[in-house]
Design a protein around this ligand. Structure first.
Ligand SMILES: Cc1cc2nc3c(=O)[nH]c(=O)nc-3n(C[C@H](O)[C@H](O)[C@H](O)COP(=O)(O)OP(=O)(O)OC[C@H]3O[C@@H](n4cnc5c(N)ncnc54)[C@H](O)[C@@H]3O)c2cc1C
Length: 443
């Protein structure tokens, strides 16, 4: 049997895996009947090992639209459809995904399994909130449709369940009406952590908000950042555009090779962060931006993950409850900046209340930081884990690659309820990933 090298977005870890691809539901059934264990993979945009296992079943071949209701925006499609395709097909007709993460190159199955969030979680929730039902193939080969009213525990376990409840075959979810493909955008600078929290609170009525934060700033500059917020632009705002629903196609570049490992170091990150902050200047900036630049700035460079070299990288994303966010973020940012292991993609967002048994969001602030894999990194992240736990927070499974079982079970209060759901399912093929084995999320 031939194996291939497999890794997800962080290029770490790289393993040899047996890859199968399903084009039809019958293929999925044959896979489930003939193999003991595997994990389903969407487009491999999780950062770590959630979609890695010795045997992997790709869902990308299940890429059909099944139904669209042009009066309500309700779309039913197979799980391997990419969000990028949904946008390309439905934006020209005035519809946009209600929930979208920072890349559009993810599948609908991946959006559900990780219960993804966007810049609008405080206002519109996670992918759970726009989904009516999900159809799954269980390990027994049985196909089950679950919703808030039908097999509701399975529904709650599947959002954030990282593929462990079964293979998502299809789902029905809502798009939102938009008048244009543009965003009315505003940004402002905050010179420290208190200012950025205040800016988020003042911006609570905006649908979209996020901040880029300079995580190497220290002392009185700790937490200096740029807050960005936006609304879908109205037709009147973009009256000068030929077709408000069709922005000009942008050129896409591809990172042609892996950067050498030394390219990203403390000095280059410091210089980048310093520039980002100072170039913005004081005062509020306002302009109209196309949706790609606002939602998916990183997608403009295909394979930008090669910037981190062959050693790979990871993203550390945690959330802290509202009550401890200010104190906790001060503490954690100080620890990162003292360690000198900066990240040039550090993003802060505000969450509203969460749903789903293993879903990541909870009401509070979430910070995401990219770090190249180096020998000093994991001891620092272990230290951060302790602090995240101490402040009552948790770490996002879709980004995780190294969290311990103990940290996971101490921070996901519904993990036991989740395991009960898994244990109650009819037996057969086991859906398990390197991550689920590491975290003790298996039968
Ligand atoms: C640049 C970038 C920005 C990002 N920004 C955000 C963000 O803002 N918010 C956010 O929430 N996430 C974000 N992510 C993470 C990403 O949205 C999630 O990891 C998402 O799950 C990836 O979808 P995928 O189709 O690539 O799934 P994969 O990465 O292939 O798989 C992810 C998980 O979903 C499971 N899965 C996938 N398809 C199925 C299926 N059909 N049935 C059952 N299980 C399945 C897999 O088993 C695995 O556990 C970002 C990722 C990148 C690379």
């Amino acid at each position: 049997v031939e194996t291939t090298e497999l890794s997800n977005w962080g290029n770490y870890p790289r393993i040899q895996a047996l890859m199968e691809e399903a084009q039809t539901i019958r293929d999925v059934k044959a896979h489930v009947d003939s193999t003991e264990a595997s994990i389903v993979r969407g487009n491999g945009r999780c950062y770590g090992d959630s979609a890695s296992a010795p045997v992997v079943l790709s869902a990308l071949g299940l890429d059909k639209y099944l139904h669209f209701d042009d009066t309500t925006g309700s779309l039913t499609c197979q799980a391997g459809v990419l969000l990028a395709d949904v946008i390309e097909t439905f934006l020209p007709r005035g519809w946009f995904p209600m929930i979208s993460p920072g890349t559009k190159f993810i599948t609908i199955g991946g959006a559900i399994a990780a219960d993804v969030h966007g810049k609008n979680h405080h206002a519109e929730g996670s992918f759970y909130h726009c989904t009516d039902w999900v159809e799954l193939m269980l390990g027994s080969g049985e196909v089950v449709r679950c919703s808030r009213h039908q097999h509701s525990e399975l529904f709650e376990a599947t959002f954030g369940g990282m593929g462990l409840t079964g293979m998502i075959l299809a789902a029905s979810f809502h798009l939102k009406r938009v008048e244009s493909a543009y965003i009315s955008f505003e940004s402002e600078r905050a010179s420290n952590l208190d200012e950025i929290f205040d800016a988020f609170e003042r911006s609570a009525s905006w649908t979209y908000s996020m901040a880029w934060i300079d995580c190497l700033a220290r002392g009185k500059d700790l937490g200096r950042s740029i807050l960005m917020r936006g609304e879908h632009a109205k037709v009147a705002d973009v009256a000068n555009r030929a077709n408000p629903l069709l922005p000009k196609k942008k050129l896409q570049a591809t990172m042609p090779f892996y950067f050498p490992d030394f390219a990203l170091n403390e000095l280059s990150i410091k210089a980048f962060n310093w520039q980002m902050y100072h170039r913005h200047g004081k005062g509020t900036k306002r302009f109209i931006q196309d949706f790609d630049s606002f939602f998916y700035p990183l997608d403009a460079i295909l394979r930008w993950n090669r910037l981190y070299g062959r050693r790979g990288f990871t993203q550390y994303q945690f959330v802290l409850p509202l009550a401890t966010s200010r104190e906790g973020l001060r503490d954690i940012l100080t620890t990162i900046s003292d360690a000198g292991l900066g990240s040039f993609l550090a993003v802060l967002k505000l969450f509203g209340a969460g749903r789903g048994m293993l879903s990541f969001p909870m009401e509070g602030y979430t910070l995401a930081l990219d770090f190249p894999i180096t020998p000093q990194l994991f001891p620092l992240l272990d230290k951060l884990d302790t602090k995240v736990l101490q402040y009552g927070g948790r770490i996002y499974l879709a980004k995780d690659v190294r969290m311990s079982k103990e940290v996971f079970w101490a921070s996901y209060p519904e993990a036991e309820a989740f395991m009960k759901v898994i244990q109650s399912l009819p037996k057969g093929h086991r859906f398990a990933s390197l991550q689920s084995e590491r975290l003790g999320l298996h039968l």
